[in-house]
Design a protein around this ligand. Structure first.
Ligand code: FES
Length: 124
């Protein structure tokens, strides 16, 4: 049902865990399935220098979080526009149609974290 990549990331997730002193976090809960995603970012001068996540969810959620947190390291926050559902699904060698929304949910969580960072910057 899932690609080898999804299974590999689900069994051995990378970048999983709490981040102390994160510059920003994004949290999203899917009310339908109760999956929860939290993405932590460490940002210096608009460059994402580290990213981690905590999640309670199915294999596509965990695998998508691994892909996203790895792909955005060293990226300028304005470049995250390239990280969308299509990118994540491609990096995972595909997801079943009925699970594609999981990748989009992880993307939304990332965008929320960036949005929160920008808001914090404006207020400081
Ligand atoms: Fe819960 Fe996809 S199954 S977000």
């Amino acid at each position: 049902m899932y690609s080898e990549k999804v299974t590999k990331y689900f069994e051995n997730p990378i970048n999983m865990g709490y981040m102390e002193n994160a510059s920003s976090t994004g949290i999203i809960e899917n009310e339908v399935c109760s999956d929860i995603i939290k993405i932590y970012l460490k940002i210096n001068k608009d460059i994402i220098i580290d990213a981690k996540f905590e999640a309670k969810g199915c294999p596509p959620i965990i695998a998508s979080c691994c892909v996203v947190t790895e792909a955005i390291k060293d990226m300028n926050i304005e470049q995250i526009i390239h990280i969308d559902g299509t990118f994540i699904i491609k990096e995972l060698d595909g997801l079943p149609k009925e699970k594609e929304h999981c990748a989009e949910l992880v993307q939304k969580t990332l965008y929320r974290a960036i949005h929160n960072y920008k808001n914090k910057k404006i207020r400081s």
